[in-house]
Design a protein around this ligand. Structure first.
Ligand SMILES: Cc1ncc(COP(=O)(O)O)c(C=O)c1O
Length: 347
């Protein structure tokens, strides 16, 4: 794709959307400096073009970068809805704090995301065809050689229409359990830090080659407890009907879908939900349904899990399907927004 062009980018074929980048009209760029007042400049909406950055920017050597991912969706009656943007705004700040970066104010995050969606409105797929995925990033663009925290930062936000994350996993994904952590104990695991993803890619690609859709990382201290996949949180429905999800800790991203699914399971499905350590043996012996949650993954059943040489198959999804339907109904505006999760973008 030629990202240098300023010609109006073409709309994609709405029937062929996948989870991949389509160039849209407008990006948001904002510069921050710990030593200036105010610390962030006004920011600007610009055409989707390459940006200029010093070759010595801290991000390139030391990886000071965090990001977010959220979706805007068109309803049947033409409204544009954002799902829980306030929670992404909170997590952007949480991630920045974990990496000792300059925080971007939550209000400004929400305003910028909303305006970005509005300005890229023509790229929001028709109802039922997909969503507009918004990717806010924050990174240290200060040129420096030595290893230290930075004083100058940049926020860049762009958007892309997307379809499903998995092209052919409607029957559920196949996961491989890795007896290793995704992140270091006591490290940046609860942040949406770019480096966490960089470190997970090699093993995931190896497992793709072996035919798995993704991997389930165990905890980095004992390699005994489930944490998360490369891009989603996990839930297990025990044979006794209780829903369990790993308790948040230094190795698990506080997923916004996770948080929403816990609330839906309790308040809409009347399930008991436990947030606690989840042993891999418990998953192999006591679980009837396993599923993953995330903005890109939505609610995705696990069909099969391989741990060492042992393959465990799970029941056909039932709770996962109900949760997916409840969640999607709210996100798409079909069901009333009883939890106040939705923000309408005024056109
Ligand atoms: C590592 C990881 N865990 C969990 C999630 C799920 O988080 P959310 O539901 O906020 O998308 C994501 C996706 O953002 C992720 O990348």
């Amino acid at each position: 794709m030629a990202l240098m062009t300023t010609d109006a980018p073409a709309l994609p074929d709405w029937d062929k959307l996948s989870f991949s980048l389509t160039q849209t009209d407008t990006i948001f760029e904002c510069f921050g400096d710990l030593d200036s007042d105010p610390q962030w400049d006004e920011g600007a909406f610009k055409p989707f073009e390459n940006v200029s950055i010093s070759p010595a920017a801290t991000i390139f050597s030391y990886g000071l970068s965090i990001f977010e991912g959220l979706k805007a969706e068109r309803t049947e009656d033409g409204k544009i809805l954002l799902f829980r943007v306030d929670r992404n705004a909170w997590r952007f700040g949480h991630s920045a704090t974990q990496l000792r970066m300059l925080n971007f104010p939550e209000k400004r995050f929400i305003t910028a995301v909303t305006e970005l969606v509005r300005r890229n409105e023509r790229f929001i797929p028709p109802a039922g065809k997909g969503t507009l995925y918004v990717r806010p990033t924050l990174f240290a663009d200060e040129p420096q050689l030595g290893l230290r925290t930075a004083r100058r930062y940049r926020v860049l936000m762009y958007a892309s229409p997307v379809g499903a994350y998995f092209s052919s996993a409607d029957a559920g994904v196949r996961l491989r359990v890795l007896e290793q952590g995704r992140v270091a104990p006591g490290g940046t695991g609860s942040a949406k830090a770019a480096g966490n993803y960089a470190g997970s890619l090699n093993r995931r690609e190896q497992m793709h080659v072996e035919g798995f859709d993704d991997v389930l990382f165990l905890d980095a201290r004992d390699a005994q407890f489930a944490t998360e996949t490369t891009g989603s949180n996990v839930f297990a429905k025990l044979k006794n009907g209780i829903l369990v999800t790993p308790k948040l800790n230094d190795q698990i991203l506080p997923g916004i879908t996770r948080e929403s699914v816990i609330q839906l399971a309790k308040e809409q499905l009347g399930l008991t939900v436990e947030e606690r350590p989840l042993r891999i043996e418990e998953i192999l012996g006591d679980v009837s349904e396993l599923f993953c949650t995330g903005t890109a993954w939505t609610v995705r059943p696990v069909r099969e899990l391989q741990y060492r040489d042992e393959i465990t198959k799970f029941d056909a999804p039932d709770v996962a399907v109900q949760l997916l339907q409840s969640l999607r109904a709210i996100q798409s505006g079909e069901a009333p927004d009883r939890f106040e999760w939705i923000r309408e973008v005024a056109l």
